[in-house]
Design a protein around this ligand. Structure first.
Ligand code: APR
Length: 248
């Protein structure tokens, strides 16, 4: 059946447009905890207490401490072969790759990817609640000075919380509509709108491939699914594409 065929749609076109969506699973082998796995971040924290606008209003210090700890932890981790393979894919195909991540870490950039679409924001960025200005941020944000642009506003982590609207949705939808191949890597498929990208890409004619440790919640929507560690599956898939030599 077509569901068991390899994602060969890209063989038929001279230029292949690829959208890759990554989630916490791609950074797991670097030592960054995922959210929903055993020992994931949502085991030790209630989402409502740390990842909602309501939590930030009610208890900003707790929210800042949660993200300060995660920002500090970034210093101790390195990109893994899955991140490196996606950077190599960008070098191979350039603009024909759109790399969308739900991750707020910077491991894709540190591996060499230059055009990462951070739909859930970035840990190493601060957002002013008053003027909406952004600035690069390292170190703790708890008890930080007000925004340097407006001089008054409180700074918050520049991440998308539950109930907020993800960033760059226009560009992401455009990429999904125009892609030949959609690949989802290391995401449980539990959080919309990202969980719906596979169906959108498919509706517009793309082949779809899942690379995840275990079947995701949306695994049935993919033409093909491969299950295992991202650090092995992603380099193997990029090598396959490169060997096909059809990358425009
Ligand atoms: N290789 C591949 N996949 C892995 C690996 C690995 N080494 N380790 C774990 N995984 C898989 C898990 O099996 C799981 O399906 O990665 C997935 C991670 O899922 P989640 O923890 O739910 O993370 P994610 O899908 O990115 O979460 C989406 O939820 O809370 C929000 O903002 C948060 O962006 C995040 C969003």
């Amino acid at each position: 059946s077509p569901a068991n065929q390899p994602p060969t749609g890209f063989r038929r076109v001279a230029v292949v447009k690829i959208v890759v969506l990554t989630g916490a699973g791609i950074s797991a082998e670097s030592g960054v905890p995922t959210f929903r796995d055993a020992d994931g971040l949502w085991e030790g924290h209630r989402v409502e207490d740390v990842a909602t606008p309501e939590a930030f209003l009610a208890d900003p210090d707790t929210v800042q401490r949660f993200y300060d700890a995660r920002r500090a932890a970034l210093a101790a981790v390195e990109p893994n072969p899955a991140h490196t393979a996606l950077a190599e894919l960008e070098r191979l195909v350039g603009d024909d790759l759109t790399l969308v991540t739900q991750n707020i870490d910077d491991l894709h950039e540190r591996a060499g990817s230059t055009r990462v679409v951070h739909m859930h924001g970035e840990l190493r960025s601060a957002l002013c609640v008053r003027c909406g200005g952004r600035c690069a941020w390292d170190g703790p944000m708890l008890d930080a000075d007000p925004c340097r642009s407006c001089g008054k506003g409180e700074l918050r982590p520049d991440v998308v919380w539950f109930g907020e609207v993800p960033h760059h949705m226009d560009a992401i939808i455009d990429a999904l509509v125009g892609c030949d191949l959609f690949v989802s890597i290391g995401t449980s498929g539990a959080v919309y709108p990202a969980a719906g990208f596979v169906q959108q890409a498919r509706a517009f004619g793309a082949r779809t491939l899942e690379l995840n440790l275990v079947p995701s919640e949306g695994t049935a929507y993919f033409h093909e699914a491969r299950h295992g560690r991202a650090g092995e599956l992603v380099p193997a898939w990029v090598a396959e594409l490169a060997e096909l030599g059809d990358l425009g």
